[in-house]
Design a protein around this ligand. Structure first.
Ligand SMILES: *Cc1c(COP(=O)(O)O)cnc(C)c1O
Length: 393
């Protein structure tokens, strides 16, 4: 047997170290649930029932029960969850929806995709979530909805948003794609607004074996409308009440997600423990002046740490130092939405949302997943310590 030859790319810096760990190690997670997942996949394959059916219905029921939501509707992706919610609320061309410029593109993208206009307001620089105090000034006669995002797994400050929405008769669509299981005043996010939108993209806290999404609502009429919209406007085969689309959640995804849902609470605890450990390690390394850690949420917020993003002005040089040392990092998000070419038509400019823009220049996400080893966390913080030591005059 021959040994595989490791080819060394020639453009590597001589100091480049092998990777310490993955940014997100889904193989490590799979190793802990392989049998359950394979059993579920086999069950669906044996049934050959791939479209809707009991796996989808049971997942919807199980998630509704877990979150304390009246209705849960599976769909094809988190992006579609947002789009279908806006459509079900009757939002369309000429309408405005207020949201944050510091998010994944799908947040404002879903609004623009259905022909409505995303209206941005700046974030709170401590939480990175939409600043509720800035929303009212952005409301016009065309405003129909507010779309807060629970960024990185930290609930947005929903009380003032819900109060304002009620006073102004606006719909609240919660983008909870990064925050399944996060709590705000003892309620799960996604169940406080008119719609809660979830994503099962593999890197989310509850990730499928591909794309998937889900919407929660407390309103029976909206539930029925969402079910029509996701399936060609049809309740009975070949009878189409309204114009809909094809945005079903696959039975295979539902079956895999039902297995993973049973582990979600444990995984969430694992993420929170890793976050806590980072806080301890950064404090011990006396780096709290140099590096700003995610704000410690007040007790009425539960953070589920889809990301652990640190912040510092020298972010790009730190990231390069870490890359050479084999420490994987990511930037969520390097460019705010109001400065993306895709939203050029909205005619926003640099400097309009200074907190969001500064965050996009300074945040850096470190690995934070349940299977991340303590030795890796120790090494990551040691490397960051080394970076700052090397910069001492
Ligand atoms: C992932 C994500 C989405 C979109 O979800 P998909 O399933 O990838 O379509 C929307 N909003 C936020 C904040 C996200 O992180």
């Amino acid at each position: 047997m021959t040994h595989p030859v490791k080819v060394r790319p020639t453009d590597r810096s001589p100091s480049l170290k092998p990777p310490l760990c993955d940014f997100l190690d889904l193989k490590a997670q799979f190793a802990t649930i392989r049998e359950e997942v394979m059993e579920a996949v086999t069950r669906v394959m044996e049934s050959q029932l791939f479209i809707m059916g009991s796996e989808v219905r049971l997942l919807e029921e199980e998630i509704a029960a877990l979150l304390g939501a009246k209705h849960a509707i599976g769909c094809a992706s988190g992006t579609d969850a947002l789009i279908l919610s806006l459509l079900a609320a009757g939002v369309g061309p000429g309408d405005e929806v207020i949201t944050t410029p510091f998010s994944f593109v799908a947040t404002a993208g879903s609004i623009a995709w259905i022909g409505a206009k995303p209206v941005f307001v700046d974030i709170d620089p401590e939480t990175y979530n939409i600043d509720p105090a800035k929303i009212e000034a952005a409301i016009t006669s065309k405003t129909r909805a507010i779309m807060p995002v629970h960024l990185f797994g930290l609930p947005a400050d929903l009380d003032p948003i819900l109060r304002l929405a009620k006073a102004k008769n606006l719909v609240v669509v919660e983008d909870a794609a990064q925050a399944i299981g996060a709590r705000y005043h003892d309620r799960y996010v996604g169940t406080l607004g008119d719609f809660g939108c979830f994503s099962f993209f593999p890197s989310k806290n509850l990730g499928g074996a591909g794309d998937g999404g889900l919407i929660t609502t407390e309103n029976a009429a909206l539930d029925e409308r969402l079910r029509l919209l996701r399936m060609h406007g049809s309740k009975t085969k070949y009878h189409h009440d309204i114009l809909g689309t094809n945005s079903r959640l696959d039975a295979l995804q539902a079956a895999v997600l039902r297995v993973k849902l049973r582990h979600l609470a444990g995984w969430t605890k694992g993420r929170q423990a890793r976050a806590q450990r980072y806080r301890q390690l950064f404090a011990e390394a006396k780096l709290l002046q140099q590096v700003r850690l995610p704000a410690i949420p007040p007790p009425q917020y539960e953070h589920v740490y889809n990301q652990f993003s640190i912040r510092c002005p020298e972010r790009d040089t730190l990231r390069e130092f870490l890359r050479l040392a084999g420490v994987p990092t990511e930037i969520y998000y390097p460019r705010t939405l109001h400065l993306q070419p895709a939203f050029e038509h909205l005619a926003y400019g640099a400097g309009q949302f200074p907190h969001a823009e500064a965050a996009s220049q300074e945040v850096l996400a470190l690995p934070v997943f349940p299977e991340l080893q303590d030795a890796h966390q120790v090494a990551i913080v040691a490397t960051i310590t080394e970076f700052y030591a090397s910069r001492q005059p």
